[in-house]
Design a protein around this ligand. Structure first.
Ligand code: BES
Ligand code: MN
Ligand code: ZN
Length: 503
């Protein structure tokens, strides 16, 4: 998909389909209060063309509700698509991100290959974040996960024109568009990596994809395997990979902006389990196919590094992905085994299905060895996090208020949702081992927290954030603005967090 920005009155644009946003201006909370539907455009032509339907009561401008008019009078477009944003009082650029996606997903199956979106005009919607959100929304909406269907019918929308009125601040609109393209494409790159099945996205292939991306974007990237894991004494990471015929990949991407010689060094560490069978503590077969997405945290870091390479914040960033396949075999690690992590800590393996925290333990230690002063990790780490937060919020943990605040502030821009969970010392008891420094599971209760407590032991005193994206990295049911399948969660928020350190 190509997106372009056009400063021209939307009613004057010849296009297959023109999307215009609608809100309900009424502030009454009463059930049967009359609606006050308004189109978010300065051009009277749209309201005139849509007047009959706006007053009919059949369209309510609810979020992501759509209504199509053919041959609208007084408008050059062939079709006018009204897209609801909900109550005017509450709208944010994130609502516009979703509704813009809804317009694309409306057009896609109908064979409409070029659409125009009238950028919404409202005091609540500043130009730059709104143009950015629309751009991200349309790019994300265009992707469907049916890569290997031979009857793949619905092709992409080829062109989306973003029509801004001629009074729009051009510089702000252009900046928003540029950022939106970078973030939207990077999120889609992550989704592509996650969507591939494990036989086509082995640790080695994931390393190749990262290296290819890095070459295109001018990042430094090194991909190591077994020998390097042994050399670095990454006993925890290695133990997970040892049961598989597929060699592990330690992916290290470096972004070093010119002229930045001091200040923080950010370490981004991703869990890259390309398939999680559970190992000897094998998972039930029902739903196991989903465990191809157990590398979504790693893929988020690769997507984030892609965006960082283009946005060029003034801060050094190191991206590390610990990629391995967790398999049962005659060579596999077993419950009861003791592994020595890179940091020197001894770990008693209780359950080989708690593998993510093992690869991350060494990833975090390595990031610190490479000079990271601030850490963030992302992982599809625990089913317990899904139990706690469902599929609305991802989990976030942090040992540092300033890091957490930066991340939290960025959520207003990214539109993603993370909910903070605790990390108190009392939980440490649950992962105490009788034979080693720590054990890799904490029993039945508070599973997302004990997993995070395990990681905290390896972050040590370094400011650190842990993102548990298990419930959010894969969308079970499609939404009007995004297909079912990989979501690309965390890319946008991680990038905002990184940008907060730019100096
Ligand atoms: N990859 C899983 C977590 C997961 C669950 C991701 C559901 C996506 C959806 C992780 O490696 C795992 O197996 N965790 C175990 C930990 C347990 C053995 C302590 C879990 O959550 O059951
Ligand atoms: Mn597991
Ligand atoms: Zn896993």
């Amino acid at each position: 998909m190509k997106t372009e920005l056009l400063l021209k009155n939307a009613a004057e644009i010849e296009t297959e389909l023109l999307a215009v946003f609608a809100v309900d201006n009424s502030t009454s909370k009463e059930k049967d209060a009359p609606q006050q539907l308004v189109l978010l455009s300065d051009e009277q032509a749209f309201t005139t063309a849509a007047l009959a339907v706006l007053t009919s009561g059949e369209f309510k401008a609810e979020a992501n509700e759509t209504l199509l008019l053919h041959a609208p009078a007084g408008v050059k477009a062939k079709r006018l698509l009204l897209v609801g944003l909900g109550k005017a009082a509450k709208i944010t650029p994130h609502d516009v991100r979703k509704s813009a996606g809804t317009a694309v997903r409306f057009a896609k199956p109908r064979g409409i290959r070029a659409i125009t979106i009238a950028l919404p005009s409202s005091d609540a919607l500043a130009t730059q974040p709104t143009v950015r959100a629309v751009t991200e929304g349309v790019l994300v909406a265009d992707i469907d996960p049916d890569t290997y269907r031979s009857d793949r019918k619905d092709r992409s929308v080829e062109t989306v024109t973003l029509a801004a009125s001629s009074q729009t601040d051009r510089a702000a609109a252009e900046a928003g568009h540029r950022e939106g393209v970078i973030l939207g494409e990077s999120q889609n790159f992550t989704r592509f990596l996650v969507n591939e099945p494990s036989n086509r996205m082995t640790p080695t292939i994931l390393g190749q994809k990262a290296a290819e991306m890095a070459r295109e974007q001018g990042l430094k990237c090194e991909v190591f395997s077994t020998d390097k894991l042994h050399e670095l004494k990454m006993g925890a990471f290695w133990s997970v990979s040892q049961g598989s015929e597929e060699p592990p990949a330690l992916i290290v991407m470096t972004y070093e902006p010119e002229g930045v010689t001091d200040g923080p060094v950010l370490g981004l560490v991703g869990k890259g389990i390309t398939f999680d069978t559970g190992g000897i503590s094998i998972k039930p077969s029902d739903g196991m196919e989903k465990m191809k997405y157990d590398m979504a945290g790693g893929a988020a870091m690769i997507g984030a590094m892609r965006a960082i390479a283009q946005l060029k914040p003034k801060v050094k960033v190191i991206g590390i992905v610990c990629a391995a396949e967790n398999m049962p075999s005659g060579k596999a690690y077993k419950p009861g085994d003791i592994e020595i992590a890179m940091s020197g800590k001894s770990i008693e393996i209780i359950n080989t299905d708690a593998e993510g925290r093992l690869v991350l333990a060494d990833g975090l230690a390595y990031a610190k060895q490479l000079g990271a002063t601030h850490l963030i990790d992302a992982a599809t780490l625990t089913g317990a996090c899904v139990v706690a937060l469902g599929m609305v919020n991802a989990g976030i943990f942090s040992n540092d208020e300033d890091s957490y605040q930066r991340f939290s502030n960025g959520l207003k821009t990214s539109g993603e949702r993370f909910w903070r969970l605790p990390l108190e010392d009392e939980y440490r008891e649950l992962i105490r081992s009788n034979i080693a420094d720590i054990k890799n599971t904490g029993g039945r209760w508070g599973g997302a927290v004990t997993a995070a407590m395990f990681l905290k032991e390896f972050a040590e005193d370094t400011p650190w954030i842990h993102l548990d994206i298990a419930g959010m990295a894969w969308i079970e049911d499609q939404k009007p603005w995004i297909a079912a399948g990989p979501s690309g969660i965390a890319v946008r928020s991680i990038v905002e967090w990184v940008r907060s350190y730019s100096h």
